[in-house]
Structure formats: C-alpha cells, structure tokens
Write a protein that binds this ligand. Structure first.
Ligand code: ADP
Length: 171
C-alpha cells in the first residue's frame, strides 16, 4: 500500500490523526483553508492560537483539533510567492517537512496536507506540487512511523497536478 496518496476533497472533514493547516506566521486564520479549518474546529482553535508565539515561515506548530475529526492540527507556514528568487522553494520544502516532523512528534501516524502556499500566497501549483512531493517523500523515508500521508486537493485542477507529480512513484 502506498504511503503517499492524493485525493480531492475537503480537508476539514478528513479523518486522519493530524491535518495540516496552511497558516500564516501570526496563526490568524482569516481566509482560505485556514478559515475553513478554524470554523470546523470551533472557536477554541483560534483562541488557543492567540496564546502561541508566531511561527517562522518554513516552520510548523501543533495544536489540538478540537471539534475536528483529526486529533491534531499542524499549522505550517509556507512562503508568500515573490517570483521564486527569495528562497521560496526551500521554504516550501521545509514547511512540508517540518509539518510531518511535528505531527510525528505529537504521535500522528496518518497526516493530511492541503496544497500549502498555492492559494492566497500565490505559489505556482506545478512548482509547488513538485516541491511538496519531494519533501513528503523525504519525510516518509525519515519517519517510518508515518503510515499514510494524504494530499487533499480542493479543485479538479489541483487534483490533476498533484496526481501527475506523484505518478509512477509507487509502481
Ligand atoms: P496559502 O495562504 O498558503 O496560499 P490558502 O488557504 O489560500 O493558503 O490555499 C491553500 C490551498 O488550500 C488552496 O489550493 C485552496 O484551494 C485550498 N483549500 C481551501 N479550502 C480547502 C479545504 N476546505 N480543504 C482542502 N483544501 C482547501
């Protein structure tokens, strides 16, 4: 069974030990997938995040999942796309890898990721998908307790791009 899969769906209803949030450094869940996760988790999540220090771009922090099916939310901060020459690829790689690491440290064996940075943060989806898959393969190699990582894409187009990026990996 492949340890990395791509599905299309809504990450807020996804059943996994941990779901990853595409967060900002302030952990203010004001739009996109962050707002959807915040609404589904209930007001306790944003309140909990108010008491946490800011998170650097490329890093991640774990909180409880509150009313979500997931036990944990891992808030990962991807880079804002600025043309690609400001270290965005390395920071995106790090955000995915650190999210997996932080989830493992919390005890998660199944982890769901959205497409980090490709919404409001403007990262081109094809490049982002390539970097995401590279980072997640490295995390799966390093953290053998992870049973499954699922990339939960939100649109048909994103599903196709991520499916192509993972094609043939496990044949
Ligand atoms: P960022 O600021 O990191 O770009 P966004 O939340 O704007 O984050 O977008 C990240 C991705 O999450 C986008 O591809 C967006 O379509 C997707 N997304 C939005 N809502 C959901 C959801 N409920 N489940 C999964 N993905 C979602």
């Amino acid at each position: 069974m492949a340890r990395l899969e791509v599905v299309k769906g809504d990450i807020t209803t996804f059943v996994a030990d941990a779901i990853v949030n595409a967060a900002n450094e302030q952990l203010q869940h004001g739009g996109g997938v962050a707002l959807a996760i915040s609404k589904a988790a209930g007001p306790e999540l944003q309140a909990f995040c108010h008491n946490l220090p800011t998170v650097a771009t490329g890093d991640a922090v774990v909180t409880p999942g509150f009313n979500l099916p997931a036990k944990f939310v891992v808030h990962a901060v991807g880079p804002i796309w600025q043309g690609g020459t400001n270290g965005e690829p390395g920071l995106l790689f790090k955000a995915y890898y650190r999210a997996a690491q932080v989830a493992v440290e919390a005890g998660a064996k199944t982890i769901a990721f959205p497409s980090i940075s490709t919404g409001i943060y403007g990262y081109p989806i094809e490049d982002a998908a390539e970097m995401a898959v590279a980072a997640l393969l490295e995390a799966l190699a390093d953290f053998l307790m992870i049973e499954k990582i699922t990339i939960v894409t939100f649109s048909d187009e994103d599903f196709l791009v991520f499916s192509e990026a993972t094609e043939g990996l496990f044949d």
